[in-house]
Design a protein around this ligand. Structure first.
Ligand code: AMP
Ligand code: MG
Length: 354
């Protein structure tokens, strides 16, 4: 079965507020729609909107009360800081101290899937940064997101627009399923381009730390900032990226990872042995060929020729497993380099490893 974003869960949570739902063109969004969304942001409401990574749930980043609404809608723990979205370097400088290295990274990768953690300025409320003196900032490469930030005239704090603990939304329908009745507006521009959240980099000259792998790969960063370090094990107790300590991206079913035919076969036998009611396998086109005529369902989530296809489809595939009430999921795993590093980070979290 192919991956789609169009299925909606059978039961919606009860509506608590009216949510305006608008379909917009991803390249050329309707100006009236953007104005309506920008007014809501200015009034201190939340608006869900597409970016090139995943959909975000946005609020005025300079308004602590507005940002509290993001935490409430998502059920997000208050100690998990938000990423602030800006239109470019000039706006970034209004909310953070941007040194030479940070500016070089912005020049190289913005607009794009790179969030930079920098010393914050006074105007950013502590609710946004979870009481850290740093703020994560990025400039999204999406016409709808950029139009909304520009029209509102404000930096917009926006974590992924899912309920906390659920896979991030890569289709507008995912946002609708999670947040209808919990946000003032949803802008739906169809599927996003990348499908995994941004890379998060702590910027310290000579000592940059990759807090979260994402759409911009480690090797790409190193061309600008020299060696990039991974968080140390000791950081796990007091993590530099507080969000790292939470179990993320988890579907309801148990998730097992297999890197080759033998491992996948092993987990399949285990699942059958323990009497799993609904087993789903997430495989590439190439791996599916090794499992002809299985009684279990297979979701093809990309091709080994280009792992960006897997990044693009992964979260939608995990959500589909939930909608089909899979209690046992076997996902193909990959070497953790290039975009494979970000894919494996999300798959391991889905499998319950922190
Ligand atoms: P999300 O917006 O849900 O994709 O999550 C944003 C993630 O960015 C958080 O979970 C943190 O790990 C990271 N982050 C945001 N702000 C900071 C900060 N000031 N310092 C370190 N990490 C941050
Ligand atoms: Mg998130």
């Amino acid at each position: 079965m192919a991956v789609t974003g169009l299925l909606l869960p059978k039961k919606h949570k009860e509506m608590k507020m009216e949510t305006v739902y608008k379909i917009v063109d991803a390249q050329n969004p309707d100006a009236v729609c953007i104005q309506q969304a920008a007014k809501l942001i200015q009034k201190g409401e939340t608006v869900a909107f597409p970016t090139e990574t995943v959909y975000g749930l946005g609020a005025n980043a300079l308004d602590a009360q507005a940002c509290e609404k993001i935490f409430a809608a998502k059920g997000r723990p208050g100690d998990n800081p938000l990423i602030v979205h800006v239109t470019g370097i000039e706006q970034a400088k209004k909310i953070a101290h941007v040194d030479e290295l940070a500016e070089a990274l912005m020049q190289a990768f913005w607009p794009g899937p790179l969030s930079l953690v920098l010393p914050k300025k006074e105007c950013v409320p502590m609710a946004v940064t979870a009481h850290l003196n740093t703020v994560a900032i990025r400039c999204p490469n999406h016409a709808v997101a950029l139009a909304l930030i520009r029209e509102s005239g404000l930096p917009i704090a926006a974590p992924s627009a899912n309920l906390s603990g659920k896979p991030s939304p890569t289709w507008g329908s995912h946002v609708f399923a999670d947040l209808r009745g919990k946000t003032a507006m949803i802008l739906d521009a169809g599927p996003v381009e990348i499908g995994l959240e941004s890379t998060v980099l702590l910027v310290k000259p000579g000592n940059c730390v990759l807090l979260r792998p994402g759409g911009i790969e480690k090797d790409q960063l190193e061309t600008i900032c020299g060696p990039v370090f991974l968080p140390q094990a000791k950081d796990k107790e007091k993590p530099a990226a507080p969000g790292m300590k939470y179990k993320h991206y988890a579907p309801e079913g148990e998730v097992k990872l297999g890197c080759n035919q033998e491992e996948i076969e092993h987990w399949l036998q285990e699942g059958r042995k323990k009497g799993a009611k609904k087993i789903i396998l997430l495989l590439t086109e190439e791996m599916k060929v090794a499992f002809p005529s299985l009684p279990e369902e297979v979701i093809v989530f990309g091709t080994e020729k280009d792992l960006r296809t897997v990044a693009h489809n992964l979260f939608a595939a995990l959500r589909q497993c939930d909608m089909e009430q899979a209690d046992y999921i076997i996902a193909q795993s990959f070497a953790a380099h290039g975009i494979g590093q970000a894919i494996m980070n999300r798959l391991q979290k889905a499998a319950g490893k922190k």
